[in-house]
Design a protein around this ligand. Structure first.
Ligand SMILES: [Zn+2]
Length: 284
């Protein structure tokens, strides 16, 4: 086997394992943040009070080795724990392979904020501001530092590149938030009730800052399509839940899913699509 292949393999495995460990931390964030608990201490523990030993806390693997149960009392741990870890690891692995390492790192930060935002929204119907507004602010900083996330080719004027990046990020945030705000206002006027929360508008600010306006538009429409498909697939399970606590579906998770699908798969196609629109517009 040649050397380049082995080095690539090594980095891919490393990124996967780092992703799994970060996913493990995101689990802690997802469960403790809405409860107002510290994400640093105490150590992870079971309901029976016993702390979870390091060897029982290996991301992805431990859940399967323990068959999803506490070693001491047999209490079941949610299947969502290993799924968040595996999901984060796979998303990190994918992002690592779609761009330069600088761009990949920025998008890993983005995913690291959006995954908990989506799952907390799913659990509580609320998106904490630290992910939406915080994501927008951190996104803007990265627009300035790594303008390549918005396809800005490096020139000899670093400051100018940074300014172009910031403009691209602001465009994304304003178009994304504006789009969802208008849709929410129109839907509210028709349905005569709140259709989308202001949390989604703020979340789109973060998505636009990191993904640009094309990414924000894709996250909205693509995310809605993916969300609908998932909803249909999950319907039998959701009916059971409906009887207990009413039927409300947060929009944040589909926005996040849309934005991550955009970064992983759709970006080249979407930009081609918009170039065609751009050319058609120019030809008139
Ligand atoms: Zn236990």
């Amino acid at each position: 086997m040649d050397e380049v292949f082995l080095i690539n393999l090594y980095f891919n495995m490393l990124v996967f394992m780092i992703g799994a460990c970060i996913g493990s931390f995101l689990n802690v964030v997802i469960y403790r943040l809405p409860a107002g608990e510290s994400v640093v201490s105490p150590r992870s523990h079971c309901k029976c009070g016993k702390p979870i030993a390091i060897y029982d806390n290996i991301p992805i693997l431990s859940w399967f080795l323990l068959r999803g149960k506490c070693r001491h009392c047999g209490e079941y741990f949610s299947f969502r724990y290993p799924m968040v870890e595996l999901g984060t690891a796979l998303i990190f692995l994918g992002l690592w392979n779609v761009g330069t390492w600088q761009v990949a790192l920025v998008w890993m930060v983005f995913a690291g904020m959006m995954i908990p935002a989506a799952l907390i929204d799913l659990d509580t119907m609320e998106i904490p501001d630290r992910f939406s507004i915080g994501g927008f602010i951190i996104g803007m900083i990265f627009c300035m530092l790594v303008p390549a996330i918005h396809q800005i080719q490096p020139s000899e004027f670093l400051v100018l590149d940074g300014i172009k990046g910031v403009i691209a990020g602001l465009q994304g945030a304003f178009i994304g938030s504006g789009l969802i705000l208008w849709v929410a206002l129109v839907a509210e006027a028709i349905l005569k009730k709140e259709a989308m929360g202001f949390g989604d508008v703020k979340l789109m600010g973060a998505i636009g800052a990191f993904c640009g306006w094309q990414g924000a538009v894709f996250a909205f429409f693509g995310g809605a399509v993916i969300g609908c498909i998932l909803l249909v697939l999950c319907l039998p399970w959701m009916r059971k839940k409906e009887s207990e606590e009413g039927f409300r579906i947060p929009f944040g998770p589909s926005l996040v899913l849309g934005s991550i699908v955009y970064l992983l798969f759709a970006k080249p196609y979407v930009s081609l699509y918009f170039t065609d629109i751009q050319k058609t517009l120019e030809s008139f």
